[in-house]
Design a protein around this ligand. Sequence first.
Ligand SMILES: Cc1cc2nc3c(=O)[nH]c(=O)nc-3n(C[C@H](O)[C@H](O)[C@H](O)COP(=O)(O)O)c2cc1C
Length: 425
Amino acid sequence: MASSKNGKGVALFSPYKMGKFNLSHRVVLAPMTRCRAIDGIPNQALVEYYSQRSTPGGFLISEGTLISPTAAGFPHCPGIYTKEQVGGWKKVVDAVHAKGGVIFCQLWHVGRASHRVYQPGGAAPISSTNKPISKRWRILMPDGSHAAYPAPRALARHEIPQIIQHYRSAAVNAIEAGFDGVEIHSAHGYLIDQFLKDGINDRIDEYGGSLSNRCRFLLQVVRSVATAIGADRVAVRISPAIDHLDASDSNPLALGLAVVENLNKLQAELHSQLTYLHVTQPRYVAYGQTEAGGHVSEEEATELVRELRRAYQGSFMSSGGFTRQLGMEAVAQGDADLVSYGRLFISNPDLVERFKVNAPLTRYIRKTFYTQDPVVGYTDYPFLGQESGATKALARLHKASLGGVYAAQTLVFLEAAVIYSGTKG
Ligand SMILES: Cc1cc2nc3c(=O)[nH]c(=O)nc-3n(C[C@H](O)[C@H](O)[C@H](O)COP(=O)(O)O)c2cc1C
């Protein structure tokens, strides 16, 4: 088994065999929506961005990638359901492979975290429920303004197999584009999480109620994707203790363990492990307190993730608020085999190198997380040794580009400002 549970002394920079993939270190690019794929098609800017963050034997996860036209809930996210999108991704993947990197495509459906403007024919977004996301959350609109989430439409039972089919064909397309595998986004309050969490899922059919019923949709997706492309190319991301977009659960530990047990069973049945399980640490959750009482303290959350790690039979990746030091400790203590880094990787394309030599890090500029400029705040962060002068010029550029619509976005950079807002800002 690839996992190194008692990995004392195993460093963040040591090689790791993640299933069939031989990685040279454990610093992973976390999946991050960046809204630069104009009209949903990966372009040269994405080629540059991912290529900059590739290292020989390094592992990257793509931004959330739409499995179908109903999956969208942000402006200009890439899809993987048309030939053109597959062609665009091919160039990105080729660039990563040329640098010796390994890359998975994160398969994403936002479910009710959408708006009619993003839906084909202006229809209501789909979900496990008819309940909208509460007014404390606002959606980023295509023009940079923000709006309330509209009421979704609960999927009828007979529609569910079609959505599962969309995940499956998106996975097949990802392999066609050259991706080494896929990560099924089942976290952060999006469609699959809308089935998992009892704070959202109010169904009375076999997809709601008991833990096994709430896990059913996820398991069916994983099984379908795994039988199409091989379990050893499939990973799952969950966030049982995170209540982003109202995704609270009355018992996050029981939910997390139920997912893990079901994945273990599926692996045994398929005679193959999945590539890894990716769990988001709610280390710096700003919105810890929920009306549903789903609050967990930082210690409880860390212990929860440890329990999942102990229970899961396979490679385990942690994400959320990790610094160099915390990542080194997590791997050395056996809490994780791999650590994914988000915000620090946005502003430090050579994060791996900087971590290795313990170099200072460039601060990220939150205002440009979700803007559409192909360069500013995207591919213009300096590499080590290029900082002099470049950083100041960068700051000026960012300032200049932040008039108009972008200024309004500072409040609700949903993923970043809320779930991931840490002490670092
Ligand atoms: C701008 C931005 C976009 C994100 N988009 C995604 C996404 O598409 N899919 C996902 O699973 N997580 C997404 N996340 C969460 C990251 O994968 C990561 O877990 C999070 O940033 C916490 O790690 P950090 O503290 O190292 O930034 C996003 C985070 C940020 C900052």
